[in-house]
Design a binder for this molecule. Structure first.
Ligand SMILES: C[S@@+](CC[C@H](N)C(=O)[O-])C[C@H]1O[C@@H](n2cnc3c(N)ncnc32)[C@H](O)[C@@H]1O
Length: 265
C-alpha cells in the first residue's frame, strides 16, 4: 500500500491536527505527502484508513508517532555556518571569556548536526559552554544522542576539526563517523515542542531556531519568535535559517548588520 484516499473533510481534519500539535502548515500541495505518511502509519499499525483516523483521534501516542513522520528533518554539519561563526567569534572576543560559561539553545535540532557543529567550534577555541538541543521528534533525538553519522553529512566539516572530534568507523561502520564523547558530554538532548512547551530558563547567550519556521505560517512564527525572545539574556543572539525572515512580524529583535539571518536581543 503506497497511498490512500481521504475525503476533503478528512484532509482538513488531519491538517488541523498537524497544525494544532506542531504548527506545521500543510497546504493543498502537501496532500500527496500527507497521504504517503498516513499510508506508512497504516502499514505499521495494520489498520485501514477509517480505523486509523479514529485511532489517531483517540490515541495520544499515535499522534506523537504521526507527527514524527510528518516533520522534515533534513540537516547536515556546518549548514549555514556564517551566523554560527559570527556568534562564536563574538563569544571569543568577550574580555571575560575565560570565566564565562556560554549557554546555547538549539530549538529545532533535528538529528543533532547543528548542536554538534556549534560544540566542535566552541571546543576548538577552548570556550566553556553547554548546549541544550531540543526537537519535537523523539526519533531524531535518538539519532542525535547516538552521535553516529554517515560520511555525506560531514562533507563541510573542516579537516582539523574532523580529525580532532570525530572517530572514523570501521567494518560495517566504515562509511560512518562518531562524535567523540568530550563533545557529546556538553550537550543535553530533550524533547520540546515550540508550540506547546514553555522554557523555564531565560539565561541563554544564543538561541538558534533554524529551518523550522519555513513550515509555519506567519502567526505561528511570530508566536514562536516572541516565546524564544524571553529565553535570551539581554544583548544575546537569535539565529534563524537563511531562507527565513522576521519581516511582517511584530518582535523586539534588532538585526545584525551583514548577517541576514542573525538578530540581537
Ligand atoms: C529541517 S529540520 C532543521 C534542523 C536544523 N535546525 C537545521 O537547520 O539544519 C526542522 C526540525 O524542526 C522540528 N520541528 C518541527 N515542528 C516542531 C515543533 N513544533 N517544535 C519543535 N521542533 C519542531 C522537526 O522535527 C525537524 O527536526
Amino acid at each position: 500500500m503506497d497511498s490512500v484516499t481521504f475525503t476533503p473533510n478528512e484532509f482538513i481534519e488531519l491538517k488541523t491536527l498537524v497544525y494544532q500539535t506542531c504548527g506545521i502548515n500543510l497546504h493543498e500541495g502537501k496532500l500527496e505527502l500527507l497521504k504517503s505518511k498516513v499510508a506508512k502509519r497504516m502499514r505499521l499499525t495494520k489498520m485501514n484508513i477509517h480505523e486509523y483516523l479514529s485511532h489517531l483521534k483517540s490515541n495520544e501516542r499515535e499522534v506523537i508517532e504521526f507527527i514524527d513522520t510528518v516533520t522534515t528533518n533534513h540537516s547536515f554539519f556546518f549548514r549555514e555556518n556564517e551566523s554560527i561563526e559570527y556568534i562564536i567569534d563574538h563569544f571569543n572576543r568577550n574580555p571575560q571569556k575565560t570565566e564565562k560559561h556560554f549557554k546555547i539553545w538549539c530549538a529545532a535540532c533535528s538529528t543533532g548536526d547543528e548542536p554538534y557543529t556549534i560544540a566542535v567550534q566552541l571546543k576548538s577555541l577552548g570556550l566553556s559552554y553547554t548546549i541544550l538541543a531540543t526537537d519535537i521528534s523523539h526519533s531524531v533525538l535518538e539519532v542525535a544522542a547516538r552521535g553516529i553519522y554517515k560520511n555525506d553529512k560531514i562533507q563541510n566539516v573542516p579537516r582539523p576539526i574532523l580529525y580532532r572530534f570525530f572517530q572514523k568507523g570501521s567494518g560495517k561502520y566504515k562509511d560512518y563517523v562518531k562524535v567523540k564523547k568530550e563533545i557529546q558530554e556538553q550537550i543535553t538532548f530533550k524533547k520540546f515542542n515550540l508550540i506547546s512547551d514553555t522554557m523555564t530558563h531565560a539565561d541563554f547567550d544564543a538561541v538558534l531556531c533554524r529551518n523550522v519556521m519555513i513550515y509555519f505560517d506567519n502567526q505561528t512564527s511570530e508566536y514562536v519568535v516572541n516565546k524564544l525572545y524571553k529565553s535570551l539574556l539581554p544583548n544575546s543572539f537569535f539565529a534563524i535559517g537563511n531562507a527565513e525572515s522576521l519581516m511582517n512580524m511584530r518582535h523586539k529583535f534588532k538585526s545584525v548588520k551583514g548577517i541576514p539571518s542573525l538578530y540581537l536581543k
